[in-house]
Design a protein around this ligand. Structure first.
Ligand code: AMP
Ligand code: MG
Length: 404
């Protein structure tokens, strides 16, 4: 038996297959959270005219008249008709175009009106350019305002709108289909009898996909029967990513790898030195139209399924969405108490925060999903013998919600 792939080796193989989806144009309002696939250029200078940044009076900065005649009033959206000359001023509102002649704005708070209707300023020296923005100060027509590869947030939506870009080229999010398999599985609303258990992986994996910020379709359980499995998987492969659960270990009813191969899914890896999650399977189907589907055969045991999702599937989804293969988004943390660990596989243990430290959550093997409810992160431990004292810095994978 060749040695099992390490987690890092498996991640490298998965990364190589996790290509970003082809770019497509979407209405700006639907682009939130997506990656921009091409530079966005403005079709206008912004601002389109010199404009006031405060309510007040547009004046000539060099004019030192004590009182000035008010020429007109320009609200935002109106256009000036008169030229400001020494001894005159134009009442102007924030955002309105600056009249010709004027090169400064005096805020309304620094002015008073005389009984004769002249304006008097409480300050004398007005700097050229004060409280105004020149045409094109923000950006020029033809200028790149948001670069390719940027994540589109509220700010980028605003900038694109300002630049006249109502449709943007983006990398779409992958569509994901969850397909649980197993003869022993019953739905949530049935009480399991001897030898049967409820299908918890289907709802859990679909939710994990959503937690990571993607939409998931959850199919009904497929039975351990070649024909049924094949047609369910074929249907699931209309999505960009398929998450199967169960049927990938060494049992006689573990038909998933053989059925996937018969459907033309190229196996990339099967079995990784990871605990829980060793039986994990991964392959790629290239469809006749060159569209690709990544297929993950996740272990049936719920924690194996969960850990393999966090470790292998999440980074792949990120890469397909054009966000880069994030790898394990792990962070450093300090242990709150000592851990002694022995194992021939790299291990992910549930931990929780106790103040600023992390401590393991007690659990009884990879079917003990309930105990993991206290988990706030996964602690990554190497294969072999590990004795870690309290205070030791360790690598953890936070289990935070990320829906956009
Ligand atoms: P398998 O890999 O199909 O042999 O399944 C391994 C273990 O996981 C078995 O004990 C299964 O009963 C359990 N299992 C498989 N699928 C699910 C599921 N959808 N929900 C909960 N447990 C499951
Ligand atoms: Mg099974």
């Amino acid at each position: 038996m060749p040695p099992l792939l390490t987690v890092n080796e498996a991640l490298t193989l998965i990364e190589a297959q996790s290509l970003p989806l082809a770019a497509r144009e979407v209405p700006l309002r639907e682009a939130l959270g997506l990656q921009l696939a091409a530079d966005v250029l403005s079709d206008v200078d912004s601002p389109p005219h010199d404009k006031a940044l405060m309510d007040g009076y547009a004046v000539l900065s060099g004019d030192d008249s004590a009182e000035r005649r008010v020429l007109e009033e320009i609200a935002a959206g109106a256009t000036p008709t008169q030229t400001v000359t020494p001894g005159t001023a134009t009442r102007i509102m924030t955002g309105a175009p600056l009249p010709t002649g004027a090169d400064a704005v005096v805020p309304i708070e620094q002015t008073t009106l005389t009984p004769a209707g002249l304006v008097r300023f409480s300050t004398a020296d007005h700097q050229p350019g004060q409280h105004l923005m020149r045409r094109g100060d923000s950006f020029r027509a033809g200028q790149v305002v948001v670069e390719r590869g940027a994540t589109i947030r509220a700010l980028e939506i605003g900038i694109c709108a300002e630049a006249g870009c109502g449709r943007v080229p983006v990398i779409p999010l992958p569509t994901v289909c969850v397909l649980p398999t197993g003869d022993e599985l019953v739905p949530i609303d049935e009480k399991p009898g001897l030898g049967t258990i409820r299908n918890s992986n289907g709802p859990m994996l679909a939710a994990a996909v959503r937690e990571a910020g993607y939409a998931a379709r959850e199919m009904e359980v497929a039975r351990d029967e070649r024909q049924q499995l094949a047609s369910a998987i074929a249907e699931a492969m209309e999505s960009d990513v398929v998450l199967l659960s169960g049927g990938v270990s060494a049992g006689t009813m573990d038909l998933v790898p053989a059925v996937l191969t018969s459907l033309g899914v190229q196996q990339v890896l099967h079995k990784v030195s990871i605990k829980p999650g060793k039986p994990v399977w991964f392959g790629v189907k290239t469809h006749d139209d060159r569209r690709r589907t990544l297929v993950f055969g996740l272990p049936g045991n719920p924690l194996g399924s969960f850990v393999c999702f966090q470790v292998f599937v999440r980074p792949a989804l990120s890469a397909i969405a054009g966000r880069g293969f994030a790898g394990l988004r792990s962070i450093a943390a300090k242990l709150g108490r000592e851990i002694q660990h022995r194992g021939d596989r790299e291990t992910f243990l549930p931990v929780r925060w106790v103040g600023k430290l992390v401590e393991p959550v007690a659990w009884r093997g990879s079917a003990d999903l309930a105990a993991w409810s206290a988990a706030e992160a996964l602690l990554r431990l190497p294969a072999g013998v590990t004795d870690l004292p309290a205070g030791q810095t360790v690598e953890i994978l936070p289990l935070n919600l990320e829906f956009p």
